[in-house]
Every structure is written in C-alpha cells, then in structure tokens.
Design a protein around this ligand. Structure first.
Ligand code: ADP
Ligand code: ASP
Ligand code: MG
Length: 445
C-alpha cells in the first residue's frame, strides 16, 4: 500500500451510473471529489437511471447499434441519448461543445460492426463532461486500458501505460468500461465493467484506496431489492466479496477485485447520496472478528440450466470430464459450477451462455461420451451462502436446509464450493426470492 514512490497518497474514485445520471448528481460528485485532495483520479460510468422507469444510456446505445445492424431508424433513440447529455451540460453551465461530439459519434456508429464502440460512448461523453466540470484533465481509456488480441484485459500493458501517462500532480478523469484492442478498435468489458477500469487504474497508480461510489451505503448481507433493509457489511475480505459478487451481488463487478487484491489496495464502497457514511471496506484479512454473525452474506441469480450426465464407472474413465469440458470450450460456453458424484457429473450453466446452443451440447455429449442418462433441468436459481470457515461448520449447512425446508422450498442442487467459503443451493426460479429471504432470516433474525 502507499502512494506512488511513497510520496503522495492517491485515491481512485469510480462513480457509477446513478451517481452521474443528472446535473444534480454531478454536483454531488464534485463536492465529494473536492472534499479530499487525494481523489486525483476519477473513473466515470455512463448516465444511469434517474428514476425507476428511466433508461440507462448504455442500454440506449446498444439499442442504437441493434437498429443500425438491422437497417432500422435509430434517430429517435439517438435523440434520447443526446438530450440526456445536452441537459447535463446546459444545467451545469459548461461550454463543452457536446453537439459536435454527438454528431461525430452519430456518424461513426454507422460504420462500426461491433456493438462495443457504440456502448463505450456513454462513458466517453460523460468523462468529457465530468473532466470539464471538475477542471481535471480528460485521459481517454484507449490510452491506458489495453486488451489482448483474444479480448482479455492486458493487465501488464495497461499497468505500464497507466504508470507512463497518469501523474498524480495532474488530476484526471478516465472513462470506465472500455479500452482498446491491439488493432486499435474499441472493446468493452462485460456489463458493469467500469468497476474493472477503476480497479486497474488504482493498481497502476498504486493507490492507497479504491473508492467505488454508488447508490447504496455499501455491501449488504443480501440484495436490498429482495430483503428489505438488510444488514450492512462493514468489513469483508476480497475472497468473500468475490464469492458474493460472482454469485449475483452485482454491486461490484467480480473481475474488479483481483487487480487490487493482488497488490493489497483496499476497496471502499460508498454512497454518493450519503457521503458521510463509511460504507463497506474490503480488505485482505479481517483483523478482528466480524459482528454480523456466522455468515457474511447471501447472493443469488436466476436462470441457470443444469445438465446432469450419468455413466456407470465414470470415475475410472480417464479423461471423461476433460472431454465433457472440451465440448463447452468448442462451443464457447462458460460454466458456472461443476458438481460431481461417483457416477454423475453436472454442468451448471447460466442460460445467457447457452442461448440456442443447448441442443448442440446435448448432441455432442451423446455422441462422444455415450452416457447412460442425461437430464436437463431449466429455470434454476442458484443461491450462495458465503462466509469464512463455512465448510468446517456443519451447523451452517443445517441452518440453510432447515430454513428452506420450513419455507417448503425444494432444493434441486447442492454444491459446497471448493474454496470452503460458500454453500450453493439450486432452487426453482419461482422460489428464488422466498429462498433468499428464508436463508437471510435464518441467520440474521
Ligand atoms: P453503479 O451504477 O453505481 O455501478 P450498480 O447498479 O452496478 O451501481 O450496483 C449497485 C446496486 O447493486 C444497488 O443499487 C443494489 O440494488 C444492488 N445490489 C445487489 N446486491 C446488493 C448487496 N448485497 N448489497 C448492496 N447492493 C446490492
Ligand atoms: N455503463 C456500463 C453498463 O451499464 C458500465 C458500467 O456501468 O459499469 O454496464
Ligand atoms: Mg455497477
């Protein structure tokens, strides 16, 4: 930990979509940034929702690209996007020529084949505005965030560029969510990826702290949209957080953790609307026992498919699982979990990965592995109960199953994560909310 060359203490502050959705939100951001001179690098997201039924600019940009691709009129959607930015610029009284940028983007969007360019413009434009409003330099993400030719973050190259181009004496705004491919084209991370940009910048400048400013006062023990007023987690380890984030608690993108955890930079989740609150601090190790009890949290996600493959004496067949996984590799499908028994192995895959490829997967399994039986179960929600030492405390699993039993919820799958940090249960989609609430209440109330 510590500032660059040990002289200056640097904070990287990433602001999420709702924190930059309107002129009023920008004003709050300025106050926060100005309140501490260590906040010298700011990473922005595209304008998010201002109210429940509002659109996120990123979604509108994807919509523009879709329409262009299908030869449809995208002007009405582009007009909505333009108005969002114009309004912010106007209300903040800035002199930035936003219309010139908008018309350039309007032209370029029609020449691009991938959706990434269009999607990236949300963060790009918001970054230009925020830089002018804060009086900070604007450094485009294409200057500091690099991808490899196969589309993965090139952490080493990005780090080198950040060290070269960012100087804490020259505070800057860097747009989140995207970077550049070796061929010069724009590439985005997956949704919510501005969190990753913030983490990479924090690592590159060896920040003392990575602040992630959002619309909630930190990480709660459960999704506040599911459990009313859940308990706040004040302190959590990187690995516990990664389990929660990977399993659906999308406050922070799960890939935003390793760039900072590897070099020991703590992450602080903060609320832009309540900046006086300390939020959640994410660290390597707990220095004192946590006060929130046996588990740290519950997270989950709907829409998984379980493909169970049975074959007698599977365990003695060398390479069986390898051949199974190579089918997924060929079809470019990532799996979420791989629980196995003596003569059975299950692939647990999110439906967004499978799309229309399920039949192909099944056909190849039949053909190459000649299983005794294949069973496919769809519409499954996975729920992870996370905490340190879960694997060694039998009482915890009993509590989870008891709670589900009492709520008359059928458990369709169980996987005790190899990390020893979580217990995952699969239930039917329709039972998702009731199951999360039942588990939460068993531990907290
Ligand atoms: P941003 O636009 O700032 O990146 P996100 O929408 O990506 O914000 O993440 C914040 C949201 O995550 C919250 O508004 C909340 O609804 C949701 N969320 C899901 N699980 C949790 C949790 N365990 N604790 C806090 N928020 C959660
Ligand atoms: N604007 C992008 C999205 O909606 C990235 C982000 O918000 O982090 O996914
Ligand atoms: Mg986010």
């Amino acid at each position: 930990m510590g500032g660059q060359s040990g002289e200056m203490s640097i904070f990287v502050a990433k602001f999420g979509g709702t924190s930059l959705a309107s002129a009023e939100a920008f004003r709050k951001v300025k106050e926060i940034v100005y309140a501490d001179h260590r906040r010298c690098f700011v990473v922005d997201s595209a304008p998010g929702k201002r109210f429940d039924l509002d659109s996120k600019v990123t979604d509108l940009l994807y919509e523009c690209h879709e329409r262009i691709k299908h030869g449809q009129d995208f002007d009405p959607v582009f007009a909505l996007i333009s108005e969002r930015y114009r309004e912010i610029v106007r209300e903040l009284g800035l002199s930035l020529n936003i219309d010139a940028w908008l018309s350039q983007i309007y032209q370029q969007m029609q020449r691009e084949t991938s959706p990434d360019y269009a999607a990236s413009r949300g963060e790009f434009l918001n970054g230009l505005i925020l830089a002018e409003y804060l009086g900070y330099e604007f450094i485009d993400a294409t200057e500091v965030i690099r991808f490899t030719a196969d589309g993965f973050l090139d952490l080493e190259q990005s780090e080198a560029l950040i060290r070269q181009k960012l100087d804490p004496k020259r505070p800057a705004v860097i747009p989140g969510f995207y970077g550049v491919m070796p061929d010069g084209s724009i590439k985005t991370f997956s949704r919510g990826g501005s969190d990753i940009t913030g983490a990479v910048i924090a690592r590159g400048v060896r920040a003392e702290l990575y602040e992630n400013w959002t619309d909630v006062s930190g990480f709660y023990m459960a999704d506040p949209r599911i459990v009313p007023q859940p308990k706040l987690i004040k302190l959590i380890t990187y690995s516990e957080l990664r389990e929660l984030a990977y399993n659906g608690a999308n406050v922070l993108h799960e890939a935003a953790i390793y760039p900072v955890s590897q070099v020991g930079i703590p992450i602080n989740i903060r609320n832009t609307n309540q900046p006086e609150e300390p939020g959640t601090l994410i660290v390597k190790e707990l220095t004192e026992p946590r006060d929130c009890g046996e588990i740290v949290g519950v997270a989950g996600q709907k829409d998984f498919v379980i493909i169970s493959i049975e074959k007698a004496l599977m365990n003695s067949q060398l390479g069986f699982v390898r051949r199974l996984l190579s089918i997924l590799e060929e079809l470019k499908i990532s799996f979420a979990h791989l629980p196995s028994g003596i003569d059975v192995v299950s692939l647990v895959i999110h439906s967004s990965e499978l799309k229309e490829k399920l039949d192909q997967v099944l056909a190849r399994i039949e053909e190459r592995l000649a299983p005794d039986k294949i069973e496919v179960v769809t519409d499954i929600a996975l729920i992870a109960t996370v905490g340190q030492g879960m694997a060694y405390r039998s009482g915890i699993a009993a509590k989870v199953f008891n709670a589900l039993g009492k709520a008359a919820i059928n458990v369709r799958m169980i996987d005790q994560g190899a990390s020893g940090l979580n217990l995952i249960v699969g239930v039917e989609n329709k039972d998702f909310i009731a199951a999360v609430r039942a588990i939460y209440n068993a531990f907290v109330n």
